[in-house]
Each structure stands twice: as structure tokens, then as C-alpha cells.
Design a protein around this ligand. Sequence first.
Ligand code: PLP
Length: 335
Amino acid sequence: MIDLRSDTVTRPSPAMRAAMADAEVGDDVWGDDPTVKALEARVADLLGKEAALFVTSGTQGNLCAVMAHCGRGDSFLVGLRAHTYHYEAGGAAVLGSVQPHPLPLLDNGQFDLDQLADSITPDDPHFAPIRLLCIENTHNGMALPLAYHKQVVDFAAEHDLSLHLDGARLWNASTELEVTPREVADGFDTVSVCLSKGLGAPVGSVLAGPRELIDRANRVRKMLGGAMRQSGIVAAAGLYALDHHLHRLADDHRNAERLAAGLAGLPGVEVQGRQTNMVFADLGAAADAMGEAAAANDMLLAIWGRESRMVTHLDVSANDIDTVLSVLADAAGRA
Ligand SMILES: *Cc1c(COP(=O)(O)O)cnc(C)c1O
């Protein structure tokens, strides 16, 4: 089975499972789990933050962050297609009573800074006070440049806003930009990262930031039902992933390049771009035939009409890419 639908589909390797089985654990709600503590310290250090909190998912990490930064009746600025606004079931509004203030992002995944400035409201009882600005990197697979981070950090300082980075795939951004994770996280108050995407852990995300905010996020996590007991079993997978899978993300990006180059050579296919570990393509008139051929050959692809997003990850090798390309080429030739 070759599954290019997402990098969330990876399965823990035997070595990762062994690390999980061997994990030293305790009751983390009592502060007793050494493996969870080790993971939190490790991620805090990697991101250059004072403290960190192990959470169940990226969605929970972002919600804990929004609710740690904002109180009932506050507002936050966020991209219209950003995960924290569009793909988290409205959690900030529903559970936090925090009003999102979404703004469209430019094609390059960035805010229009003039539009951002125009949306700042004065201190007036008509307006929900804007407390927080959220950005994400990568966005839609795109690694946003650190020069943009600097603009956002300066903007937040000028307008006295807190800053949260949704870094679900921060590891891919850091790999693509050839900078450290700490450099990507620099200037943000809080940063959330996923362990269960390209890093290949079965479960978990981490929220990092200053001790005071992480303590507040810890109370929110409890409220959301995310306080876990012997969670060192899953934290061990995260530690294993950081030790063994962080440095191989460049392979995923190279495999995505290989896939993009191969697809570009197929008749009728238009590759829109390769962004970190993702390839976006219009498969053309043969899209249906390609989807059927893939399914018949034990391959899973995400195709909507003619459009496809294919994602590489640690369970996909360069050979697998060649296998997929030959099946698709065959289907394109016959269609
Ligand atoms: C996947 C993702 C999340 C959340 O991840 P879950 O663990 O699925 O809740 C958050 N933000 C971005 C940008 C993501 O891609």
C-alpha cells in the first residue's frame, strides 16, 4: 500500500513501538510522568521557549493557546483559510467565547500587512478587544520566509498583540528554509507543533511558550478533557520521532520533487507546485482513469475532480514514487 493522501497516515515503526513499550511512566496529571516531562523539555528547548505542554492534537494545542491568550469577549486575527479558523470546528468561538477575526491571505500564504493594520480597532466599547495574532507555517505546505515572520513580529509589537504560531508542520518549514526550529519559532509567544504528521508519531502535539501561558494552557487542557495519565507511552513515540525522524524530512521534500518532476512529464498533467512535502497538480482529463488505476494498484491518492494534493512521508520511498508514476503514466497513456 502506497498512501499519498497525507503525512498523517504513517504507522509507528517496530522501533518506535519498542520505545513506547519501554517508556517509564507515571500519572502525568500528578506531574509524575518522566517521559512526558522529557518530551516537553525537549520541545521547549528545540523551540527556544521556557516551557511546553503535551497535548492530544494540533487542534487542542491551538485552542489551548487561543484560550490562554484571550478571555471571553476578546478577539484574535487569523487567516481565513488558516487551520485555527477554518478547520477546528469553531472551537475558539464555541468553547472559548473568543471571537475570531478572519482575514484572507495572499496567494503566498501571507497576510496583506496594510489590511491587517486596517483591521486593528480602537479601544471603544463597540469592539471586541483584539488580543492575539495567529499565523501558520507551513501554510498549505508553503514554507513562509523568516523575513515575513519578522514583519509579523514587528506588527504585533507595534499593536500590543500576542503572537501564536501554528507550526503543525514547523519541522518541514525549518527543513525547507534550512534554519533551526528555534529560528522559525523566534519572536512568537506560543508555538504549537505536531508529532503525528511528518515526524510519524501515532498521537500528539506540543504547545510551547512562557511558563505563565503554559500554566494557563494546562488548565484549559484539563477543561477540554486533554489531561492524560500514563501518557509517557505516547510521549515516548514523540521523543523517538524527534531523535530519528526529524533529520530525514529532507528526504520527503526530495521525494516530493521527484514526484512533481515525474508528474510534469505526463500528458495533460499540470503541476501547480511542489511545496515542502506536498505536490499540487491538475491531473487533466485522465484524472478519473488515474484514480482508478491507483486504487487498483493498492495506492491511495486524494483527487477532487481533476485536482490532486499528494503528500510524501516516512512510509513512502523514492521507489514508491517511481511505482506511482509508472501506474499514473500508464493510465494517462490509455485515457
Ligand atoms: C494538521 C494541522 C493542525 C491540527 O492537527 P490535528 O492534530 O489534526 O488536530 C493544525 N494546524 C495545521 C496547519 C495543520 O496542518
